[in-house]
Design a protein around this ligand. Sequence first.
Ligand code: C2E
Ligand code: CA
Ligand code: CA
Length: 767
Amino acid sequence: MSGIFTRIRAFWAKPRVRIVFWAALTGLLMGVSGAGLPLEDYLRTLRWMSRTQPAGGDIVVVLQDSRTLIELGVNDTTHGNDADAITHLFRAGAKRVYFGRSFSTPGAPQDDAKFLAALKAHRGKVILGAAVDSNGQMGNYAAKIPLPAYREYAGMASVLVKHRPLNLTVKLPYSSGSPVGQIPSISASIAGVTRGPEDLYFPDFSIAVGSYPTLSYIDVIRGRLDPGAVRGKDVLIVPAAVAFNDIHSIPGQELSAPGGYFHAIGADTLRRGIPREYRWFPAYLLVLIVIVSGLGRGRVLDAYRFTGLVAVLGAAPFLLDLVSIQIEVVPAFCVALVAVIRMRTLDRVEEAGETNTGSGLPSVQALRNSTDLSARILVALKIRNYGGIIGSFAEHVEAQLAKEIVRRIRISDESVLIYHEGGMFVWLSSIRSSFDLFENLEGLHRIVQNGIQVGGIDIDLSFNCGIDSEFDRALSSRVASAMQAAEEAVRSDELVCQHDGRKQEAQWEISLLTSLDRAIDNGEVWVAYQPKLDLRSNRITGAEALVRWTHPDRGPIGPDKFIRIAEEFHRIERITRFVINDAVRVAVELERSGYEMTMSVNISAQLLRNAGLPGMISEILAVHGLSPNRLILEITETDRLDRSSRTFQMLQRLVQSGLRLSIDDFGTGNATIDYLRYLPASEVKIDKTFVSSMEGSKEDLLLVQSIIEMAHSLDRVVVAEGVETAQALELLENLGCDLVQGYHVSRPVPFRDFLSFVSGRRARLIG
Ligand code: C2E
Ligand code: CA
Ligand code: CA
């Protein structure tokens, strides 16, 4: 329970989560309270304004205008006048006649008689208005309905209109309540639509008032009617004189017009399709989805996507209008606005506190402050001797150098955000598989190895990387792990080290082992080649095959780790077969490309006790067609051998079959000159620990010197491994060492890179 509580707390602690929350809440309140409705109406009006369309043409409006009152010399028309209008209109062929006024009070007796007669003559084709009673029940309720006598022959329809807040626009009901039950609204009646009184709709005010054919009431009752003007049409008679006080501004249209036009426009709207309203929620939901999905990118909402959203929120209602769908966008817009504004503020706060002043890059501190989770691999790249490099140049060099490094990282890891602190560059890689990432870092290493030019000065750089893929931990703690792993990589001299949070080493080994077999099959295990440079001829005359395992989740696993496990669990034979096969294959390929080279492979001591070894090797050689004297087997831990042992006999058998042996890691055991003499090896490899320390240690230099002399006195070729600097190479040359191997020449690399490396050298040597 408390676990859930802490997780919620941690979640809530993220500023971006809070931004989403507040933005969502603002929009929700906006939507529920309807506070955005006036703005919504304003936008709706703008949309109506932006397009106009003509009326359907089936409705003729008859205006009881000022001219009518003046010509009649009265304040209002009578039911007798209305009887005349009805008679003339139907004589001219009108379909139905609607009165947009209430008929709740009787007229003079003779007028009423005439009116009733007209209604009776056109039974059911005259529809009289029903209106709200200003003293009675309000709302969508037409209390003032036509007198029962009229209702006997005439239909009725409500003239009610619902004005919206701030009176920016109106909505019409489909029907209204009345003392005699539900009655249709005029527009619904004309359009023949039946629906309950709780439903309201927006008339489509893009239908121009001016496009309705109109007649003056006075002309109608005097019979001054154009023949054909009303034939087959619905006629709507509406009060229009100023005295009737029923002039309104029409939303989305510049002019004012009698309120009766609302019903005409409403009827045309309904005839074109029943408007559907989805209110504010769909647009709100859309924006919410966009900003929540933005959380994963750590951005919530950037200016770019905000602009996109505003465009969509602007365009969508416009397009939906065309298919009679209404949506509201103000709450959605508020969500987007709150999110983008708060996001910007947050960015600014973060920028201010979290930029590295030296390089201008975001500081690693920004990541340390982040409780975010990320499903990306975190890389920490440590530049060795960064302080020394920066210290020896002018101030602005750091920014330039950082820029160059960032540029190179982004060559293959496009547009990642790179954080910086001292010699560390940290980023969340966009490369998902650690296999690809590892290859990518190797590539980066090769690029950087060529040197970086800053301000016309060549800077020699080398780096190691730590990576962390524990996606379920917060970035703040993953940064520490990745950096630790980078330090570990420096110590163990691996290009990349993967942070490993599993404390259960044993369990880790077992799971490693189970995946090892599969790893060989599916290509996670591969072979790197490191050249051996002949100091006399200055040519690459050999290569050492070094096994690599790039685990898809754990990243590169060093051979030191898994070779030991493979030995312990007797899996070494399979790996060795794989490596020798690859090595022999590429040796043949090299040969075909015109390179005469030896190929060295490492053979575990354990394997030397395996009687099947010579058979396995000769089988591979035969398959590819390589001569055995090209293959050098590097062996270690041989100082405990005695001449009678099976291992010793094995070595002899191997040599007899034409293979060459090399004593690896020479100097680390208790080897004696005597031992060197009886071992049938043709080559001695001085261990890299002595080579790397001989520059600083007199004893080690002497040791290297004596190994070389001793080996030479026995006619053995001497190889120095771990040569990292030009000075070391020069020293070894002076000491008479035959071959060198080490980072100074090249790191172990995939074969295709090895090939381009040697062909590049050859081109240079010839050219
Ligand atoms: P090793 O045989 O002594 O191989 C040389 C190691 O030194 C390699 O490490 C190589 O990457 C590294 N190295 C090369 N140049 C330099 C340099 O200039 N400076 C430094 N500091 N190191 C350099 P790697 O590849 O990690 O291999 C570690 C060990 O794993 C090897 O040591 C070898 O004993 C074993 N191993 C590698 N591949 C195989 C294999 O296919 N079979 C067996 N049985 N063992 C293997
Ligand atoms: Ca070796
Ligand atoms: Ca070694």
